[in-house]
Design a protein around this ligand. Structure first.
Ligand code: NAD
Ligand code: IPM
Ligand code: MN
Length: 361
């Protein structure tokens, strides 16, 4: 029997709606298999917690999370009540950086042609995975305000790129490319960012010397956004800095059918600290409480968690079932993907499909 203990932080907005759906999937996997057990501890951290306690998480929050095999997080942010830079930096980014989750893996996979807004693209044309640097870069939080309020005011926001971390991220991407199509794209903006991105290019090329069989491409982020829409088939593994990876993966989510499909994993590959699994999307205040949030991104995120925990077969079972939902069960999708279902209804359908599919695993 393998047992996994996860910390669960539903967070804000639709985070609280999609997390229970992902737990339903894990509960079903536990019921259907004899040798796996999932248990959870819930943490009520988020913006409401901040309003009550003046902090986003307990003072020793990271220490409390240390003992878990994984962290599942829904979404954070209640911008109408608390500024985003407080809520996000004190919870989400705090955990990513505090636990050295320096890899953010974000698959962009088209499951059904009807989901792709690009003319003439087939399922095989969209199958890439982003390796986003996740602990420094433009998100370092270093900066300052000088001569505040005066006409001479200056604000600095510093991007930090260490050799150690950049090498780790780039090497991780090369190794991933080695296991896939042996093709790696690096995204920078080294024509304008003459320190950070020139350095990134240098590390990218240095690391590449150990991977002579990997075919590489390098694009500036502006051109990359154009190529992703025009020719997504050009890309397999893509490595990018924190900010560029953030922006391009929202763009990528649309190519795969919408942000309601986009999953992510914040990894500490050395396993010194727990890794954290949260979808790409946010708390979506515009649809909160309507029962129409798409649970697929969160459930796909659980698939990434199972991969990381060494449960590749169960992970494949989830993805196969999501694929079936997108191909054969389209009316059971939520409205953002053209379906008629509620958050709960989509999961109900998925659970039925998983029950059927488990016989083949
Ligand atoms: P968002 O991803 O929350 O929403 C963008 C748009 O996508 C909205 O129209 C929303 O309704 C839609 N959408 C998102 N997820 C969906 C889903 N599962 N099903 C159907 N539709 C979905 O981005 P935003 O509006 O820029 O941010 C809202 C809040 O979330 C902000 O506070 C922001 O800082 C925060 N945020 C948090 C995270 C996170 O916790 N990981 C990620 C992104 C944004
Ligand atoms: C994401 C989000 C976060 C990020 C925000 C909410 C800080 O957009 O996970 O993609 O920029 O990393
Ligand atoms: Mn984002």
């Amino acid at each position: 029997m393998v047992r996994f203990l996860s910390a669960v932080i539903p967070g804000d907005g639709i985070g609280k709606e999609v997390v229970p759906q992902a737990i339903r999937v894990l509960d079903l996997l536990e019921e259907l298999s004899d040798d796996i057990e999932f248990s959870y501890r819930y943490f009520p951290w988020g913006s409401q917690y901040y309003i009550k306690h003046g902090r986003m998480m307990d003072e020793n929050g990271l220490r409390k999370l240390e003992e878990f095999d994984a962290i599942l997080l829904g979404a954070v942010g209640l911008p109408s009540l608390v500024p985003d830079h407080i809520t996000l930096r004190e919870l989400l980014i705090h955990i990513r950086q505090g636990f050295d989750q320096y890899i953010n893996l974000r698959p962009i996979v088209l499951l059904d042609e009807r989901d792709c807004p690009l003319k003439g693209k087939k399922v095989n044309d969209v199958d890439m995975i982003f390796v986003r640097e996740n602990s420094e870069g433009e998100y370092s939080g270093i900066g300052g305000v000088f001569r505040e309020g005066s006409s001479e005011e200056i604000v600095l926001q510093t991007a930090v790129f260490s050799r150690r971390k950049t090498q780790k991220v780039v090497n991780y991407a090369y190794q991933l490319a080695q296991k896939r199509k042996k093709q790696l794209t690096s995204v920078t903006k080294s024509n304008a960012l003459n320190y950070s991105m020139v350095f990134w290019d240098k590390i990218f090329n240095e690391c590449g010397e150990s991977f002579p069989n990997i075919k590489t491409d390098q694009y500036h982020v502006d051109a990359m956004s154009m190529h992703m829409l025009r020719s997504p088939e050009l890309f397999d593994v893509v490595v990018a800095s924190n900010l560029f990876g953030d922006i391009l993966t929202d763009l990528g989510s649309v190519i795969q059918g919408g942000i309601g499909y986009a999953a992510a994993a914040n990894l500490n590959p050395e396993r010194t600290y727990p890794s954290m699994f949260e979808p790409v999307h946010g708390s979506a205040p515009d649809i909160e409480g309507k029962g129409i949030a798409n649970p697929v991104a969160m459930i796909w995120t659980v698939k990434l968690m199972l991969d990381f925990l060494g449960q590749g077969e169960l992970a494949q079972l989830i993805l196969k079932s999501i694929r079936q939902l997108a191909t054969e069960g389209r009316k059971f999708l939520t409205p953002d993907c053209g379906g008629e279902a509620t958050t709960q209804g989509t999961t109900d359908y998925l659970l039925q499909v998983i029950r059927k599919n488990i016989k083949d695993f």
